[in-house]
Structures are given as structure tokens and as C-alpha cells.
Design a protein around this ligand. Structure first.
Ligand SMILES: NC(=O)c1ccc[n+]([C@@H]2O[C@H](COP(=O)([O-])OP(=O)(O)OC[C@H]3O[C@@H](n4cnc5c(N)ncnc54)[C@H](OP(=O)(O)O)[C@@H]3O)[C@@H](O)[C@H]2O)c1
Length: 321
């Protein structure tokens, strides 16, 4: 299946690596595989490269323009190119744009779409209904809790039960920074290390002040309970003073409310039973009691793997047709 990947940063480059590593295995399993036919970033659209190595080497050498199409307009390419799946992995933005426009344009052409960009769903949750109306697949596993298969589990296993509550450590940066402080680092040194290692973004306030967790919790709430809440409805009491040893950032999502707050790690020892840049997702239903998934380390590779998993789900459906 032909892919058009928009966004060639941490997720986009790791996704290309994963595809190139897994394509033979895919072909053997399903008789078909992926071909990345075009890639875009903020500077334009790249075509005519021979696989992942070609483009990544050009990126490392600062020579991406070798493959840059004369037509810089990404929307034109979304409209014209003959791809099967659009992969939208551009930066999250306050208003969800241009991601929303990219995704809606592709869905409008009846193309399948996979995204890791949570700002799209925070600002335009109706895009899910739009994809259904167009009769195509829209997947977004990596938008919440990186590589933990949250939506896949909700759609499949937990769909037989009534979900009462989901909770967890939805933000890896806050856990990592506090963990470093517990090992004796100052706040500033811990933040610096997290940024250098790619765990935290330069604009780390969103992570530490619960804004990133709130966005994820909102998507989960609206998806699970089928009701629309807005970011303003969330009870977020996370403060920078709470970023200190012994504390962790907890998110709780129920039908009636969403709570984001720092708590003593010992209060929720199961949810926070990981070291470093980990994450957890805990779900309580009327059938299965409370179940918790924990990952020790979650970063761009793991999230790119979640995007890849979405792509394979689409490939499987299409190879059975
Ligand atoms: N990193 C993670 O672990 C992780 C986990 C889950 C979800 N996500 C989400 O996944 C998305 C990508 O994350 P990332 O870490 O790969 O970000 P990143 O490293 O900052 O890369 C973002 C990419 O998007 C491109 N871009 C920005 N604005 C654009 C525009 N208007 N049109 C086309 N391309 C544009 C950038 O272009 P340039 O290269 O030209 O700057 C860059 O290639 C984000 O929405 C993020 O929130 C990330």
C-alpha cells in the first residue's frame, strides 16, 4: 500500500525505519507491504527517493532539497497524489491546524488516515464521524499513551464491558524529571537532561503543568463515553511546585469528570510502578475488574511503532478484501 507521510521529525523518521525493517516480514505474512511514495515537512514535499536510507541520509546531510518537489503546496499533493494511506505526524498545535485540514482533505478523497497528532482530535473530534461517513479507516493509537494499545483494547476486548474509569500516568516527561530529581538532580538539570535525551520538548511546561495529560484524557473521555467535554471542563490542579521527589502526575477519566493532579507516588503504587520515562494505563470495567498496562520506556520509537501497528491493521483489512 502506498503511503504519504506528512511530518518527518522524530515519529516520521522512526516510522520509515520500522517500515523498512518490517516490510519483508509483512510481505511474507500478508502478501503485500508498504511503499512510502512521498514525505512532507514544513518546507515542502519530497518525492523520487529510493527508500528510507536515501531520504534519511539526505536529511542528516541537510540535503533534503535534492528530493523536494517544485510544487511546495502540501494540500495540492494531498489532493493529487495516488496514495492509499495518509500518515499525519506533524507537530501538535494549539488550534490543531494544519493537521485538521490535511486529514479532512485526505478523508474527503476517501483515503485512509493514521495520525499521532493529538491536537487534531482535541480540536476536531467530529473528524472521527467524518471518516465513518466517507467509509474509510481513521486510526490514532499513538495520540494517547504512546505505544500502549489503548484504543485497540477499548475497541476490542473492553467493548464487551461497561467502562467505569480509566486512569494512569499519561505523561512520560513529568515522571522522568521527578525520577531524576529523586536521584539527586536539581529541577533545572533534570529538565535539561530530559530535553537532551528527547524525552521532553523544549516547551516542557505543557508536560509538567498537566496540559498534555489533559489533552489525552479529553480524547479518551470523548471516545469512551461518547460525550463531548472541552479542555475547560477538566479539573487540572497540577502546579510546578508539585514537581518534586515522591510525587507523580495522575490522570483520572470518568463519565462525569476528568481530574489531572499530582499525588504521592505511594498513593497509586501500581500505576506508578516503573522507572524513568514510562507510562501506564489502568482501566476499570464492570466485567474485568481493574487492569493496568505499564511500559518502562516510551519515546518516539515506541510511538512510531504504534503508528505502524495502525497501518498494519489497515493493510490487513485491505489484503482480505
Ligand atoms: N515524539 C513522541 O514521542 C510522540 C508520541 C506521541 C505522539 N506524538 C505526536 O506526534 C506528532 C509528531 O511528533 P514528533 O516528535 O515527530 O515531532 P517533531 O520531531 O517536532 O516533528 C514534526 C514534523 O512535522 C513537520 N511540520 C511541522 N509543521 C508542519 C506543517 N505545517 N506542514 C508539514 N509539516 C510540518 C516538521 O517539519 P520540519 O522538519 O521542517 O520542522 C517535522 O518534520 C506530534 O503531533 C506529537 O505530539 C509524538
Amino acid at each position: 500500500m502506498k503511503l504519504f507521510i506528512i511530518g518527518f521529525g522524530n515519529i516520521g523518521t522512526n516510522l520509515m525505519k520500522i517500515i523498512s525493517e518490517k516490510n519483508i516480514e509483512l510481505k511474507n505474512k500478508f502478501g503485500t507491504s508498504f511503499e512510502v511514495m512521498a514525505v512532507a515537512d514544513s518546507k515542502g514535499v519530497y518525492v523520487g527517493f529510493k527508500g528510507y536510507e536515501d531520504l534519511l541520509n539526505a536529511k542528516l546531510r541537510g540535503k533534503m532539497e535534492e528530493f523536494r518537489d517544485k510544487n511546495h503546496d502540501i494540500m495540492n499533493h494531498i489532493e493529487d497524489l495516488d496514495y492509499d494511506i495518509l500518515v499525519e505526524v506533524t507537530s501538535s498545535t494549539p488550534n490543531g491546524e494544519p493537521g485538521i485540514s490535511y486529514v479532512r482533505k485526505a478523508l474527503g478523497r476517501k483515503k485512509h488516515v493514521v495520525t499521532a497528532n493529538k491536537s487534531i482530535l482535541v480540536k476536531d473530534f467530529d473528524v472521527i464521524d467524518f471518516s465513518k461517513k466517507m467509509g474509510v479507516i481513521f486510526k490514532f493509537e499513538a495520540t494517547v499513551c504512546g505505544s500502549i494499545p489503548v484504543f485497540s483494547a477499548i475497541d476490542n476486548y473492553y467493548s464487551k464491558a461497561k467502562i467505569i474509569e480509566v486512569s494512569g500516568a499519561f505523561n512520560a516527561t513529568s515522571s522522568y524529571v521527578i525520577r531524576m530529581m529523586e536521584e539527586g538532580m536539581s529541577f533545572n538539570d533534570a529538565i535539561g537532561k530530559a530535553i537532551r535525551e528527547g524525552v521532553a520538548e523544549r516547551n516542557y511546561e505543557d508536560d509538567l503543568l498537566g496540559v498534555d495529560s489533559a489533552r489525552k484524557a479529553l480524547i479518551l473521555h470523548n471516545y469512551i463515553f461518547g460525550k463531548r467535554m472541552n479542555v475547560e471542563d477538566i479539573e487540572n490542579t497540577a502546579r510546578i511546585q508539585d514537581v518534586r521527589p515522591g510525587m507523580r502526575l495522575l490522570s483520572v477519566v470518568r463519565d462525569s469528570n476528568i481530574i489531572i493532579k499530582y499525588v504521592e507516588k505511594s498513593e497509586k503504587s501500581k500505576i506508578f510502578d516503573f522507572n524513568g520515562a514510562g507510562m501506564s494505563f489502568s482501566i476499570t470495567t464492570d466485567l474485568f475488574n481493574t487492569q493496568t498496562i505499564i511500559v518502562e520506556q516510551d519515546g518516539p520509537w515506541e510511538s512510531a511503532a504504534a503508528v505502524y501497528s495502525d497501518l498494519v491493521d489497515i493493510l490487513k483489512v485491505n489484503s482480505n478484501e
